[in-house]
Ligand binder design. Structure first.
Ligand code: ADP
Ligand code: XUL
Length: 516
């Protein structure tokens, strides 16, 4: 009989399932359902509910519940060997919160497999919609929390991030202040990850350290809740949250609901779920200290595994606990592909034309530079969009094409180094990692080899790999390696590295000049 590890990923727009065959160590099955398309009755667009206030971004938690039923029903119908699944782990979009009444304990313990899941859970939900990571309505709450913890530096040192609007602590505070009655009825709060894991286990299960680090509530040095932060975000918050646990914790066995309904294995273990970024740390194979990846999608995200909490960091980016029991730094740059596209489109180019324009200019662009803040930037914090140029103007097509890419990558390196990240090798993924010029400049700016990697669903894969590791034990790096395919390596060219090193200081000053 074969054995399988199942990884699920409840993301903003979809729910994905991915199975690994334990013996062949290969991905055997994978499928996704898109919320808007498959569950149109919730009225979401790209997984979120329309709202006239653009800073309020919520999703219906029952949609995530129904998606779980639907995905497993489709997998069973397609003949997935669900009875041979030995472990289930998962991943959730980070920061989103689900609010539950006291009856959830008995409801979860007695789920009826002859009826659908969502209506059974519905009576337990005390806040009908869940704020998610795209919500930015909690500016006031962030200020109050920062003050309560003793300022920006103090909150960063304790929770790994300064107060962010989308983080769960400020979100909980806003709910407690605006809707004290509903908050009073709420006896349990879970993140998307721990809510979904609770459905599978048929009981409330704790949030893992990885996802709990996206709340501004967990004290990372001690891995326990920061009591001052809890007090500030809502009365009696501790029992509502429960203690957070290491991501490798097996939190229970599978609820009979899923065994009876979909023929899943009654012996299957349920692991703590984690956030999508901590799961991707495993799915991208960033296991060792300093392992680093740059994902160049809509935004550019730089992840690095670190064994020790940085003593300093200037409050930029986030530090999250990882499933491997280490930490990761995450820097999110909002001006990623959209900024590159904006420059490309300014000159009506396609990507080929954009590359030719870059190639026509010398490395270092003769000192021409751009701060490509086409929209507000997260790192460094720039609230008002604005593009700044040095040594060139907008009419110079080729210089602008080279300057946007060089500027972005210099900025990635400067801010990564600010967090103590000096990659030996940089893995790149995402749409823009297919671009030869961008990859060449990345290798020369970072002064290290750049490896292009092919991973489809890194969060679901990371979850399944966490499960596999618990099943078979051994060295995680060895287990993960065959799943992360390196398609090409680009080595740095020493003369180019030198040029970028000598440009760094002037780029940094240029950036500082325009930060208020
Ligand atoms: P996401 O996961 O955020 O949707 P993807 O990783 O799929 O993003 O990447 C999509 C982005 O990749 C697009 O916005 C596009 O600008 C960029 N992209 C695609 N091909 C190229 C290319 N040849 N050169 C540079 N950027 C590219
Ligand atoms: C990370 C973040 C996003 C969500 C998206 O801090 O907000 O990456 O996790 O799923």
């Amino acid at each position: 009989m074969a054995r399988y590890a199942l990884g699920l990923d409840s993301s903003t727009q979809s729910l994905t399932a991915l199975m690994i065959d334990v013996d062949s160590r290969k991905v055997s099955h994978e499928k996704s359902i898109n919320f808007d398309e498959s569950l149109p009755h919730y009225g979401t667009k790209s997984g979120v509910l329309p709202n006239e206030n653009p800073s309020v971004v919520h999703s219906p938690p029952l949609m995530w519940v129904e998606a779980l039923d639907l995905l497993l029903a489709e997998a069973a119908e397609e003949g997935w060997p669900l009875s041979e699944v030995e472990i289930i782990a998962g991943s959730g979009q980070q920061h989103g919160t689900v609010y539950l009444g006291g009856e959830v304990t008995s409801v979860l313990a007695s789920l009826d497999s002859s009826s659908p899941l969502a209506p059974q859970i519905s009576s337990c939900i005390t806040r009908s919609t869940s704020p998610i990571w795209m919500d930015s309505s909690t500016e006031e709450d962030c200020k109050a929390l920062t003050e309560a913890l003793g300022g920006e530096d103090a909150i960063y040192r304790s929770t790994g991030s300064t107060a962010y609007e989308r983080f769960s602590g400020p979100q909980i505070r806003r709910f407690a202040k605006l809707h004290p009655q509903e908050f009073g009825k709420t006896q349990h709060i879970r993140l998307v990850s721990s809510f979904m894991a609770s459905l599978l286990a048929g009981k409330l299960v704790p949030t893992d350290h990885g996802d709990a680090s996206g709340m501004n509530l967990l004290d990372l040095p001690s891995l326990s809740w920061n009591e001052k932060a809890l007090d500030e975000c809502g009365e009696g918050l501790f029992p509502k949250l429960d203690e957070a646990v290491p991501s490798s914790t097996v939190v229970g066995s599978l609820s009979t609901y899923f065994v009876e309904k979909y023929g899943l294995n009654s012996e299957a273990k349920v692991m703590a779920w984690s956030g999508d970024n901590p799961n991707s740390q495993v799915g991208l194979g960033l296991i060792n200290d300093g392992d680093c990846a740059l994902s160049m999608g809509t935004s550019d995200v730089l992840f690095a595994t670190i064994k020790k909490l940085p003593s300093d960091g200037g409050g930029e980016g986030h530090i999250f606990c990882t499933p491997t029991g280490d930490f990761m730094s995450l820097l999110c740059f909002s001006n990623g592909s959209l900024a590159r596209e904006a420059v490309r489109d300014m000159y009506s180019l396609d990507w080929k034309g954009f590359d030719e324009a870059i190639a026509s200019r010398p490395v270092g662009n003769d000192g021409c530079m751009m701060l490509p803040w086409f929209q507000p930037e997260i790192v460094p914090k720039v609230l008002g969009a604005g593009v700044h140029r040095k040594g060139m103007d907008e009419s110079d097509m080729a210089s602008n094409c080279r300057a946007v890419v060089e500027g972005q990558l210099l900025s990635r390196r400067i801010h990564a180094e600010g967090l103590g990240i000096h990659p030996r090798v940089l893995k790149v993924t995402g749409g823009a990692s297919k671009n030869r010029q961008i990859v060449r400049i990345a290798a020369d700016v970072f002064g290290c080899p750049v490896q292009e990697i092919e991973v489809a669903a890194s969060a679901a894969l990371g979850a399944a790999l966490r499960g596999l590791h618990v099943l078979i034990g051994g060295d995680l790096e060895e287990i993960v390696a065959p799943f992360v395919e390196i398609t090409k390596t680009t080595d740095p060219i020493p003369e180019h590295v030198e040029i970028y090193r000598s440009m760094t200081e002037s780029y940094e000053s240029f950036e500082k000049e325009h930060l208020v």
